[in-house]
Design a protein around this ligand. Structure first.
Ligand code: EPZ
Length: 418
């Protein structure tokens, strides 16, 4: 069992570099299956979710090598269309393998990805889009058995701009016959990265970043060498770490456009933020101001993945802040843990009311999901005394050695085996 041990009230300083975005890498690893030529990806962090996705690719026949932050994938000998249960249960976002395996093998079997810590996570929009592309899907005994002898382009409207459904449809449509249009598509930067990757192997995807994406199916794909965009949520996490501790730091390798909604909130709380040449500098006040109301929305709105992190810093702001979580129905599991540290938070359904307190007290707390766990670490940086964060495997899913990154900025944090 590993946990983080944090001694709070340390100021942070210095510079930290952000690596490639987890939520870009996962669909791009699936997209590598479209080609039978070698694909080289650069600037990948070491994350549990990436390891699991690599295991899935290897289990269906891909050869993969990791050399530091570079990954070399040889998808030439993909032989299997059955995606192993044990990995799907580990990482539910492996559902995007469905569109890619169908594009390559014209059939696929995958276990129904369950819900997770933050919500029920339905995939109805994924299945509806794939069926419109001509995929025959039967659901039996918890498995999705899919046949697609002939993928055909379609005009698809998504009821909700689902990130995963948009990605799955792009993956399958890239090898379909004819044109596919996705209306009310997700506009996240990770969708643009997926488009750019697919086009770099010879695909023809256009419009990502807008709500209408057009895909012209192609028959053959090439190899490529591709560098992943920086992780906007990891960048936001480091900025909030500086804000909550009243510190001044620089975060490098950031696409400033991708973090606009986060920067706006930090400035509202009294932080001074400047940027140049892909680096962002933050200077934080000794006491943050409350932020009247934050609502999570699909991009370019304030990201749900930053909700817990923003909440952790608002627990010690001056005044009352409100957060409305519009995206996932169960994404306040960090609240009782923050309360154990002395925060004053009340939740009612999807609304949280945070009364700022002068300070937090270290406590023993539990990470129950990826971003909620990271929020507890940041609260521990601020808290008086020692904080222990248990179940940190949730955090390792999306942050590469978070303790080393924060320690490099001056935090007193260590990973302890118990
Ligand atoms: C992606 O999840 C991200 N994961 C999530 O990041 C992120 O929070 C989310 O997008 C929203 O930005 C990856 O990219 C791997 P959605 P995804 O489909 O694709 C409902 C993290 O911390 N919905 O946009 O699952 C769903 O229930 C993770 O890195 C349907 O109803 O997000 C949810 O309420 C957590 N039917 C909403 O849409 C569907 O078929 C958003 O889901 C699909 C989704």
């Amino acid at each position: 069992m590993t946990r983080f041990k944090i001694r709070g009230e340390q100021k942070l300083s210095g510079e930290i570099r952000v690596k490639g975005a987890k939520n870009s890498i996962l669909p791009i690893l699936a997209a590598a299956l479209l080609s039978d030529k070698t694909v080289v990806l650069h600037d990948l962090p070491y994350l549990i979710d990436i390891e699991n996705m690599m295991l899935i690719l290897q289990s269906i026949g891909c050869k993969i090598k990791r050399e530091g932050s570079t990954m070399i994938i040889d998808p030439s000998s993909v032989t299997d269309h059955v995606i192993p249960d044990r990995y799907v249960k580990e990482i539910r976002s492996s559902i995007v393998m469905l569109g890619a395996v169908l594009a390559r093998m014209k059939k696929a079997v995958i276990t129904y990805p369950g819900g997770c810590e933050i919500g029920q996570r339905p995939i109805n929009l994924h299945l509806q889009g794939l069926r419109q592309l001509g995929v025959v899907i039967s659901e039996s005994h918890g498995y999705l058995e899919c046949e697609a002898p002939r993928l055909t382009g379609a005009d698809i409207h998504l009821d909700y701009p689902s990130v995963g459904a948009t990605e799955n449809i792009i993956l399958a449509a890239s090898a379909a016959e004819g044109r596919t249009i996705i209306r009310n598509a997700a506009k996240e930067p990770e969708i643009i990265d997926l488009q750019n990757f697919i086009n770099s192997i010879g695909g023809r995807v256009h419009g990502a970043g807008s709500n209408t994406i057009t895909i012209e199916g192609v028959k053959r794909f090439n190899g490529t060498e591709y560098t992943i965009i920086p992780d906007r949520i990891v960048a936001g996490t480091y900025l909030v770490a500086a804000a909550i501790t009243g510190s001044e730091i620089t975060v490098s390798n950031v696409n400033f456009e991708h973090i606009q909604s986060i920067v706006t909130k930090l400035r509202e709380a009294g932080c001074i933020i400047t940027h140049s040449n892909g680096s962002v500098r933050i200077k934080s006040p000794q006491r943050l101001r409350a932020i009247e109301h934050t609502k999570t929305y699909p991009y370019p709105g304030f990201p749900t993945d930053m909700q817990a992190l923003l909440m952790s810093m608002l627990t010690v702001a001056k005044g009352t802040s409100i957060i409305t979580e519009n995206i996932f129905e169960n994404r306040f599991k960090h609240v009782p843990e923050l309360i154990r540290m002395g925060a004053n938070i009340r939740t009612e359904g999807k609304i949280a009311v945070i009364q700022g307190v002068p300070g937090l007290k270290g406590a023993r707390v539990n990470a129950s999901d990826l971003r909620g766990g990271a929020a507890l670490v940041l609260a521990g940086l601020k808290a008086e005394g020692e904080t222990i964060v248990d179940d940190i495997h949730h955090i390792d899913r999306g942050y590469e050695k978070l303790e080393e990154s924060l320690r490099s900025l001056g935090a007193d944090i260590e990973r302890v085996e118990v």
